[in-house]
Write a protein that binds this ligand. Sequence first.
Ligand code: SF4
Length: 277
Amino acid sequence: MARPLRAAAELHAARRPGTAWLCLARRGNPALAARKVTSVSRQAWARRHGIVDAEGKPLKIHRSRIRTTHHAMRDKRTWTGSARANIDPNHTPAVEGGHYLSATTPAQRKAVEAIVEDAQHDLLRRAHPPTVLTDEDAAALAQDYPDVMATMELDDAALAELIGGQRDVFTAACGDQLSGLHGPKGKPCPARPWVCLLCPLAVFAPRHAANLLRLKAFFSRQWQQMPAAHFMAVFGPYATRIQQVLDRFDPVLLAEAAAHVRDKDDELPLRPEELTE
Ligand code: SF4
């Protein structure tokens, strides 16, 4: 079925450039046609399928936005994301913003402002110094990090779990996995293990030293196989932070932990596309 359709598509595309889709010329008639997509046909399509905007009117379809979304989704398909700052390398970010992010309705403006606020919060979160306990006890946490304690709003039971290891994830102890900081609120945090390094809910204790060293070895393997600029865009801030955390631990403890690190992918909870071997 696909081959005759492809042949017909090529024929129609040669005759009428600018057409995208094949359809039946008339209902009940097997002849194919390729109609030109115009603003009128787009509006008719939206009406036919009952697609409405936030105000209940037929949705005005912006093809440039669909294209932008498609590019962004394609770039995010690989786990390392896209190193590109803009969609068309011939545009400046300002021109792209003007083309693709202009908010024409109050709902769109609100959505764009929410994205900007999220990005600014993210920058602030990353600027926080890491919470590192050299002594695994609650008193040290409360005394050294009163602001962290206030932010996490931990009661005594939660604090005991945090210190005791019941709230451990791979990289650290997590103040609240359901906080929704990196995913939907109420669902376990979906962030990759290195994201904990820059998360204000992470508390690093001596028991995490071995996993931190495994993560550091993973960064080294990635460094060897990724272009430097790409590595810096994806892992740069995490690689800097992991060294800051490790520097706070006793060198003797680190030497003991290093003896358990094999420098292999199977030591970390990695996805297939993240493997380095
Ligand atoms: S990224 Fe933050 S919220 Fe997510 S598991 Fe790590 S410490 Fe917890």
